[in-house]
Each structure stands twice: as structure tokens, then as C-alpha cells.
Design a protein around this ligand. Structure first.
Ligand code: C2E
Ligand code: MG
Ligand code: MG
Length: 564
């Protein structure tokens, strides 16, 4: 397997300018190098400078005679040296005068070919080496690389990968995405400098692996790297994950880091480079299970991708045609004698005319990633607020509803005003519309989130932290966060009766909420045993299939009438 730089030499034809006043010399040299390079000729320094100026972006090297009429080789060298844009073109001097060597090197020539000419292979080797050195230096000096890791930045990576695809690769190439799991934990617990050191360690290993596989690599974003290289076996990829994790753990000894790799095996030369990396990313993101190290993009993922594209295309129509329905799942206060509905969570469903009932797991993340979620959420907020308003007028008192606020929504510039207006226009008070914000939103950009959430509370909204325990806020930092209700992540509740560890964690979280004097909601409660355990632990509110699944509006109203 060849390194890309070597391959690059052979596959992309470079252009060489031969400058000599003797026609016979030009012909001999042209004959020697013409097989490997495109050749342009100049019969003196003046013509040479004109060509150099005109073709500065095309020329890879100049072969320059020193003694010529009009403008000689020394003058050409001096002119090139003065112009930063021309300086990058390497010049090899051709002369029969031994003592001209030092002077021309001083003026910036990179090498020297004595006349009469050597055997062609020696000359070709000198030319190719000079070009290679100059190109490598150019790549290193330019802004093509990430200052921290020295790998390409993504824009240039795509350019080079595309070239590699067209000129170098002779068949099977893989797009590979490497993700460092939980790197932000290192940043938070050990400081940014340590996080940076881990990235540098991993990048250096990635560079080696890419080189061995005949390819190239870039740092795509924070903790994500791309490699484009000759296709490797599954075993090799498995080894890569171990080697990369080892490189990371050599720096942080006590916190064990892992990496996951997503692979797209590409054999169609017409595929677009960005797209094949999107697919490798899909494969990478599909890895959720602990212990799984790499995943290869497959037919199932393709189907999901096509399905996602369909949903995105159908979304605008679906919204205007009201294909989205808001369901309500009651939450029960369980402290008293008898459980009693105290509020409900609004959960959206897509009733698609052709695809049928679509659950939010299939479209919420998709809409979030494509910046469309806020349009849907605004619709859900309005629908839910109007519903609370209607029941309030009928019953005389409001039964609050909580709505989900996506992390993306927190960037809506006038979010507090918008929500306040929604409540007001529906005839309800802000405190009758609860806002569920998922815990992971807090760890993403905490300063901004804390500021917005503070403004929402000032407007009177009640903030529930959703899915607590799934993200990374510790119980320590919880006290500093602006929240009014703690909603425990369903994953802990699922196993509280079977796994003592999960039960202990839930109890700990309930106790922490007590210290903060805020109520806890347990969601995903499915059995009586779970309910009894949570009640004994002091949990205030319970939501889950045990009491009721999310219901269409009419069914929820019926339930309220029966029970409320
Ligand atoms: P979430 O906010 O944590 O909502 C709770 C999810 O748990 C709901 O899933 C609910 O149906 C489900 N669930 C409730 N009780 C049980 C139970 O006893 N057992 C089990 N297995 N599941 C239970 P759903 O409706 O599929 O929603 C999934 C997620 O989608 C929600 O998680 C929320 O993050 C998001 N979502 C739903 N509606 C909206 C919305 O209008 N806007 C936004 N931004 N996100 C939404
Ligand atoms: Mg929720
Ligand atoms: Mg939740």
C-alpha cells in the first residue's frame, strides 16, 4: 500500500517550465521529463517571467538556465524571491559552471543539475523530490491544517479526499468516522488542557493509521475525526478502536475513554464525498450499545436514511395540514391516600396519511438536526396552551400541562416573550404551562441555557428537568441549576425492582431533590411494585403506563371527568 503523497506524484500530472536559451538543451530536457510531466518552454528570462506570472497556479517546478540573453537566470531567481506568491514554486538551476551553485542556492534555488545532463532517471528523481518537498511544505504552512492536531481541517480534507478518490484510489475505499466517547467529561473534570492533550494523542495515532492504510485524515469537529483510506477488514477496524482508545488512555490514566468508529464502504466512484461521510456518521451514531466498537453502514441504515429524507420532505405540508396530533399523558400525585391527576405531559404524534402513526422517536431527532423542530414545538405549545385554557374555563380551575422544549428551542431569540404570549392568548397563566427541558441541554452550553431558563422562570413558567440521570450533570451541580421539578430518567425506573444499584440511584436523586425542596416525577412507571417502591422512597409524582398511556385529547378529557 502506498502513501497518498507518493501516489499523488504519479497520478496528478504536474507542469514543469523549462527555461533555456539553447534550443537543443530545451529539447533534450523536454524529452527526458515529458513522459511524466506537462512541459512549457521559455527561451529566455523575460519570456519565463511572463509565463510564470500567467501560470503561477499551474506550475509545479521551474528548470532554469543561468546564462541567457535579456534577463538571465539570476534575475529570474531574484524576482521570484521577492514575490511571496511565486516563492512557493521550486526552482532547479541548470548550469555547467560549478561555482554558480552557491550563488543560485542563496537566491532560493532548491537544487542544481549540472550540464551536460546526467542520466534521465537521476534528473527525474531530483525533480520529483523537489516538487514533493515543496508541496509538503506548502500544505504544512497553509491554513489547511488544524492548529491543535496538525490534521487537515474539514474543508481541505474534502478537497484532498475528492482528489484521492478520482486520481489515486483504484477501487475500494472506506469513509471512516472516529468519535471519542465522552471527551467532554475529561474537559469538565480535568480541564481543557487535558482534553486537548487527549485529542493530540488520538490525532497522532489517527495520522499513523491513515498513513498505513494509504489514506488521509482530518479533525472534523471537537471530538470527531474523519479518515479516507483503502478498505480494511472488520478485524483491522476492531484493532483500530483498541489502539485509539489506548492512545487516549495513555494520557488520562484514571478515566477510561473509548472510541467508536463508523464505516461506509464505498465502491461507486460517482458518490459525493460529503455524502459518504454522512453515511459513515450514521453508522457511527448507530452504536449505542456498550462494548460495540464499530459499525458498518448497511441496508437497514440506508432504509432509515431514505425514510428520514421522506419525513423531512413531507414535514412542511404535514404541519399546515395538521397531521400532528398532541396526546396527553396524565401525571399522578401519589403522596395522598389515592393517586390523583395533577397535570399531564403533551406528547406529539404524527399521523401520516400514507405512512400511518409515527412515534416522536422517529422524527424529533431528525427535526432537531435539521433546524425544523421549533416550528413543530411552537405548534404543540399553542395547542397544549389552548387545551389548558379550554379545560380551565370548563372546570373553573386549570390542570396544568407540561410541554417539551427542545435544546434547539432555547436559541429562539425571544423565547420567553413568545411563550408568555402563547399562554396569555390562551387565557392561562404562565405557571399553568410547565416546560420540560432535557438534562443534556444543560451540559451543552450551560451559560446560555441557564440565562434563558432564568428568564423563563422570571416570566412565571415552571421548569422541569427532563430525563435527569441520562446526561452528565452531577448531583453537586444540580443545586446551582434553575429548576423547579426533577424528572427522573425512565431508564433507572425500568429496573428499580430488579437492580439494587438503580434503586439506590433513584433514592439518591429523590433525596437530592428534597434537599433542594423541589418535587420529583418518576416517568415510565409500568408496574404496581415500581409504584410502591417509589412511594416508599418519597417520590411525589408518577407518570407511566401503569396509570395511563399518552391519550388523544378527547380520551384524556374523559379521564379527567371520571377521576378529577
Ligand atoms: P420524554 O419527554 O421523556 O417523554 C416520555 C416518553 O416516555 C414518551 O415517549 C412517553 O410515551 C413514554 N412513556 C411514558 N410512560 C411510559 C412507560 O410507562 N413505559 C414506557 N416504555 N414509555 C413510557 P414518546 O411520546 O414516544 O416521546 C419520546 C420523546 O420524544 C419524549 O421523551 C420527548 O423527548 C420527545 N417529544 C415528544 N413530544 C415532543 C414535542 O412535542 N416536542 C419535542 N421537542 N419533543 C417531544
Ligand atoms: Mg418530556
Ligand atoms: Mg423524559
Amino acid at each position: 500500500m502506498k502513501n497518498i503523497v507518493d501516489e499523488r506524484e504519479k497520478s496528478i500530472r504536474r507542469t514543469v517550465l523549462i527555461v533555456d536559451d539553447e534550443e537543443i538543451n530545451r529539447e533534450i530536457l523536454g524529452f527526458m521529463v515529458g513522459g511524466e510531466y506537462d512541459v512549457i518552454y521559455a527561451e529566455n528570462g523575460r519570456v519565463a517571467l511572463e509565463i510564470i506570472n500567467e501560470k503561477r497556479n499551474v506550475l509545479s517546478l521551474i528548470l532554469l538556465d543561468l546564462l541567457m540573453p535579456e534577463i538571465d537566470g539570476y534575475e529570474v531567481l531574484k524576482t521570484l524571491k521577492r514575490d511571496p506568491a511565486l516563492k512557493r514554486i521550486p526552482v532547479i538551476v541548470l548550469t555547467s559552471e560549478k561555482n554558480a551553485e552557491v550563488e543560485s542556492l542563496k537566491l532560493g534555488a532548491v537544487d542544481f543539475i549540472p550540464k551536460p545532463y546526467d542520466i534521465p532517471d537521476v534528473i527525474l528523481a531530483r525533480i520529483s523530490r523537489s516538487i514533493e518537498l515543496a508541496e509538503d511544505r506548502y500544505i504544512l504552512n497553509s491554513t489547511e491544517t488544524d492548529p491543535l492536531t496538525g490534521l487537515y481541517i474539514k474543508e481541505f480534507f474534502f478537497i484532498h479526499a475528492d482528489r484521492y478518490k478520482r486520481f489515486v484510489s483504484d477501487g475500494k475505499t472506506d469513509a471512516i468516522v472516529v468519535n471519542v466517547n465522552k471527551l467532554h467529561l475529561i474537559n469538565e473534570l480535568k480541564g481543557r488542557a487535558c482534553g486537548d492533550a487527549v485529542l493530540v494523542g488520538i490525532a497522532s495515532k489517527i495520522k499513523d493509521l491513515a498513513k498505513e492504510a494509504g489514506g488521509l485524515a482530518c479533525r472534523f469537529a471537537g471530538d470527531c475525526f474523519y479518515i479516507y483510506a483503502d478498505s480494511q477488514s472488520d478485524e483491522t477496524y476492531s484493532e483500530w478502536t483498541d489502539e485509539l482508545a489506548a492512545a487516549a488512555n495513555a494520557i488520562t490514566h484514571d478515566l477510561r475513554l473509548t472510541v467508536r468508529i463508523g464505516i461506509y464502504r464505498s465502491d461507486d466512484e460517482n458518490e459525493i464525498i460529503e455524502q459518504i461521510f454522512d453515511r459513515a456518521t450514521i453508522a457511527c451514531n448507530s452504536i449505542r450499545q456498550h462494548g460495540v466498537k464499530f459499525a458498518v453502514y448497511d441496508g437497514k441504515m440506508r432504509e432509515k436514511e431514505v425514510y428520514g429524507e421522506r419525513l423531512l420532505a413531507d414535514f412542511p405540508n404535514a404541519l399546515s395540514e395538521k397531521q400532528f396530533k398532541v396526546y396527553y399523558q396524565p401525571k399522578y400525585a401519589v403522596k395522598g391516600e389515592k393517586p390523583k391527576i395533577c397535570s399531564a405531559e403533551a406528547l406529539v404524534r404524527w399521523i401520516h396519511p400514507e405512512l400511518g402513526f409515527i412515534s416522536p422517536a422517529a422524527f424529533i431527532p431528525l427535526l432537531e438536526n435539521n433546524g425544523l423542530i421549533s416550528e413543530l414545538d411552537k405548534y404543540v405549545w399553542k395547542t397544549a396552551a389552548e387545551f389548558v385554557g379550554r379545560t380551565k374555563r370548563e372546570r373553573g380551575v386549570a390542570v396544568p400541562v407540561s410541554v417539551n422544549v427542545s435544546r434547539v428551542d432555547l436559541y429562539i431569540s425571544d423565547l420567553p416573550e413568545l411563550l408568555a404570549k402563547t399562554a396569555e392568548e390562551s387565557g392561562i397563566e404562565s405557571k399553568e404551562l410547565y416546560l420540560e427541558i432535557t438534562e443534556s441541554a444543560y451540559s451543552e452550553n450551560s451559560d446560555r441555557i441557564i440565562e434563558v431558563v432564568g428568564q423563563l422562570r422570571e416570566k412565571g413558567f415552571i421548569i422541569e428537568m427532563d430525563d435527569f440521570g441520562s446526561g452528565y450533570s452531577s448531583l453537586n451541580t444540580l443545586a446551582d441549576l434553575p429548576i423547579d421539578v426533577l424528572k427522573l430518567d425512565m431508564r433507572f425506573i425500568r429496573n428499580i425492582c430488579e437492580r439494587e444499584k438503580d434503586h439506590m440511584l433513584v433514592k439518591l436523586m429523590i433525596d437530592a431533590a428534597k434537599v433542594m425542596e423541589i418535587p420529583t416525577v418518576a416517568e415510565g412507571v409500568e408496574t404496581e411494585e415500581q409504584l410502591e417502591l417509589l412511594k416508599a422512597d418519597g417520590c411525589d409524582i408518577v407518570q407511566g403506563y401503569y396509570f395511563s398511556k399518552p391519550l388523544p385529547e378527547e380520551a384524556y378529557v374523559e379521564l379527567l371527568k371520571r377521576e378529577g
